[in-house]
Ligand binder design. Structure first.
Ligand code: ZN
Length: 408
């Protein structure tokens, strides 16, 4: 892999993704797979004037050992050190970069019930910090190849070739060409154009149909808006791109308004386990029935995590003819697979998808119909023949998607 192209990728992530400002603190969370690339990112942060960059390395086999050997009580504890670290993030609005390289099967065999229960116990303690940070700090999720991940995608290739192919796919999907930063400016403008069109219609609901059995309707929030691409932090007004790549235009639907059956078109990797060939049926906005050929118990546990886990927090539109989908690769990773296909997410919604959220408390956003939960899990429903119709307040039916692609 040419150094120069990787350098451009590191610069894209730090400049366009995080948009690190002079004097800011940065936290990088990553695996051990690509230390040279992590160093490039750290260097780019300092070039932009970061005051301090901290790297938190993790290694999935060790994470797995913790889950296997520690008691529920021990895993549930939020230590004083952790609390102090959260408080520092709140005080400093620390920019956070996740460089994902995780093995999609890395936690196979762990007790998912124990992990879920530990997360449930930790959540109320961490929640106030998360709420204090929400929409106020710059963050970015991007990916680098891990050995196991690459071999999962390309099982027939030797390991080094598989890693090379995965690098190529990541860089292509992330628009790392001659001038990636200019390419992202253009791309963000295109996403903003679709948002503007959708917001102009102010749809009350979207109706989905596909030959695979999807026949589903989701209510949209009367105060809601579609967003996509870059975001601006509250207060500090810094423009950043939380996901690299990103192809989606999304909103938070009206919590508690969903009806019918959605059939997933890609497997879902959740907590290191792969849920395959599944569908979900909604009734009165809540999950009424789930079915999966593989790991149904994980899916059941997921939708029962808390009250909001069985309701929708996100509706995202992505053309079937998208650069990521055109690569024809199943990544077993949400960052890529969610950007290859129309999707929904169960759990927490986005307050920033409500007009006027800047002047609302988290509780007010919730009362206005943004779903709240400890989880936010995307699952893909886009297909080559999918049609989506938007219904306006006065009952007009507008074709939004036809044969899997944008129709407006
Ligand atoms: Zn999404």
């Amino acid at each position: 892999m040419q150094q120069e192209r990787l350098q451009k990728y590191a610069r894209l992530i730090v400049k366009c993704g995080l948009n690190v400002q002079k004097g800011q603190e940065v936290l990088v969370r990553c695996g051990l797979d690509q230390p040279e690339f992590v160093a490039m990112c750290v260097e780019e942060c300092y070039k932009l004037g970061a005051e301090r960059v901290k790297v938190e390395w993790s290694y999935m086999p060790v994470t797995k050992l913790h889950y296997d050997h520690r008691t529920l009580e021990s895993l549930s504890e939020v230590t004083e050190v952790e609390k102090a670290e959260w408080q520092r993030k709140v005080d400093k609005l620390t920019c956070t970069l996740w460089l994902d390289s995780d093995d999609p099967d890395g936690l196979n065999g762990t007790d998912s019930e124990k992990i879920a229960n530990a997360n449930m116990a930790r959540f109320p303690i961490i929640k106030p910090y998360r709420e204090a940070l929400e929409n106020k700090y710059q963050w970015c999720i991007a990916a680098v190849p891990g050995r196991e991940w690459a071999q999962k995608i390309f099982p027939d290739l030797p390991c080094d070739k598989a890693i090379e192919r995965l690098w190529e796919a990541i860089l292509t999907a992330s628009r790392v060409d001659d001038d990636p930063i200019a390419a992202w400016e253009k791309h963000n403008a295109e996403l903003a154009r679709h948002c503007k069109l959708l917001n102009g219609y102010n749809f009350t609901c979207l109706e989905y149909k596909s030959a695979n059995g999807t026949d589903f309707k989701v209510g949209l929030n009367p105060r809601g808006r579609f967003a996509g691409g870059g975001e601006t932090t509250l207060g500090t007004k810094i423009y950043f791109n939380p996901n690299i790549p990103s192809e989606e235009v999304f909103t938070s639907p009206l919590s508690g308004s969903a009806e019918g059956k959605v059939v997933a078109t890609k497997p879902l990797s959740y907590q290191g386990k792969l849920i395959e060939n599944f569908w979900i049926r909604f009734e009165n906005g809540k999950v009424a029935e789930v079915h999966a050929e593989k790991n149904q118990d994980v899916l059941e546990k997921m939708v029962a995590m808390d009250e909001g886990a069985s309701r929708l927090g996100e509706v995202a539109l992505i053309a079937y003819n998208s650069p990521i989908n055109n690569l024809g690769i199943l990544f077993y990773n949400t960052l890529f697979d969610e950007n290859a296909s129309c999707h929904l997410a169960l759990g927490r919604g986005f307050n920033e998808c409500l007009c006027g959220f800047e002047n609302m408390t988290v509780e007010e956003c919730k009362a206005a119909g943004v779903n709240d939960s400890m989880i936010h899990v995307d699952f893909m429903i886009g297909s080559a023949d999918m049609s989506i119709v938007g219904v306006t307040e006065d009952g007009k039916r507008i074709k939004v998607f036809e044969k899997g692609n944008w129709a407006i």
